[in-house]
Design a protein around this ligand. Structure first.
Ligand code: ZN
Length: 339
């Protein structure tokens, strides 16, 4: 009961990349960089195990950014000529690559990290991929001319990689779809369909993470403008409840999401965000257990997984380590309270 997992990303050590940045520059190149990425992955596998998490991830140590890490292995994308684009409905500007030709995978994207992760922990492993709709919102399209067509093209590539990750021994393939919280009507109309295409044929556990973003200032400002009740999930969860996706990851602690919206996810495992990624204050086990307790009003205990609200990539390393421990200790306390 109450498995524990991170949403996906963890901070990169200062010897691997710039710290406390969303798009950090690497500190090495070539073979040295490849080695450093896996060294950092090993460090975080150990930290997650030591904290007591039941599900282990690679902390996305091998990718500069959760979307562009995948795109770098896609043919038809021009990374040489990035353009500035307002993303997530113009919430913030980013330099994004352009889609200039039909999309095709150059080869495997995450084989090295997945093999490495599987080789270095006996616990359940989760691997994250960006979701099709979020990718569409993080590239400049100069070729397809239609967001749905482009999403379906990416979904096919994601599916290829997801099936290969399953063969690598990954237990849970998770797609990250923060864009679902920005374009709610589109998410319900075609985003969930594209997500299901990306997960087609998978027999391992499938998951989707939908959040209000990293704890960067643009997101903090956006959240402050969303009012007292964040009801974005209300438009997307019914479509997800009907979908083939097994698990849904959502924000809870310190968010203004009405907890009863979790009740819309009947039949799904719910990864409840019990760790705030926008604050350096470390949650106490009591706070984590209290959040789990509130979620239990709407989520059956066998379906509740304690998770972080979002990735921890831009945080300080020591803060992230302490938050991993709080997550595991809080889940343990919640279990004890039910005994
Ligand atoms: Zn997130």
């Amino acid at each position: 009961m109450f498995e524990t997992a991170i949403a996906g990303s963890l901070p990169k050590p200062s010897w691997l990349a710039e710290t406390e940045k969303l798009w950090p520059q690497w500190k090495a190149e070539g073979a040295e960089l490849a080695r450093a990425k896996l060294d950092a992955t090993l460090l975080w596998i150990k930290a997650q195990e030591d904290a007591g998490l039941t599900t282990i991830g690679d902390g996305e140590q091998s990718r500069q950014h959760f979307v562009h890490g995948f795109l770098e292995q896609v043919e038809g994308i021009d990374f040489e000529h990035k353009v500035e684009m307002g993303i997530r409905a113009d919430r913030y500007k980013a330099m994004v690559p352009q889609v200039v030709a039909p999309l095709r995978l150059k080869g495997r994207v995450h084989a090295a990290e997945a093999h490495f992760l599987r080789a270095h922990t006996k616990r359940k492993i989760k691997f994250t991929l960006p979701g099709p709709m979020t990718i569409v919102d993080t590239v400049a399209d100069r070729f397809y001319g239609d967001r749905v067509k482009l999403a379906m093209a990416f979904a096919e590539l994601l599916n290829e990689e997801a099936l290969a990750l399953q063969d690598d021994g990954v237990d849970i393939v998770q797609f990250d779809e923060p864009a679902f919280n920005v374009y709610m009507a589109d998410a319900a109309a075609w985003g969930v369909r594209a997500l299901e295409r990306a997960a087609q044929g998978l027999v391992c556990t499938t998951a989707v993470h939908i959040c209000y973003g990293y704890g960067i200032q643009a997101n903090v400002d956006w959240k402050n403008a969303l009012g007292d009740e964040w009801r974005q999930y209300e438009q997307v969860f019914p479509a997800l409840a009907k979908s083939a996706i097994d698990q849904v990851s959502l924000e809870c602690f310190h968010s203004h999401v009405p907890p009863d919206l979790m009740g819309l996810l009947k039949g799904k495992d719910v990864m409840v965000g019990v760790i705030d990624v926008a604050s350096d204050t470390i949650e106490t086990p009591e706070e984590v257990a209290d959040t789990i307790g509130r979620a239990l009003q709407f989520v059956p205990k066998e379906r509740l997984i304690a998770c972080t609200n979002c990735g921890l990539a831009p945080m300080k390393r020591a803060v992230a380590e302490a938050k991993l421990r709080a997550l595991a200790q809080g889940a343990a306390l919640a279990r004890a309270r039910l005994d």
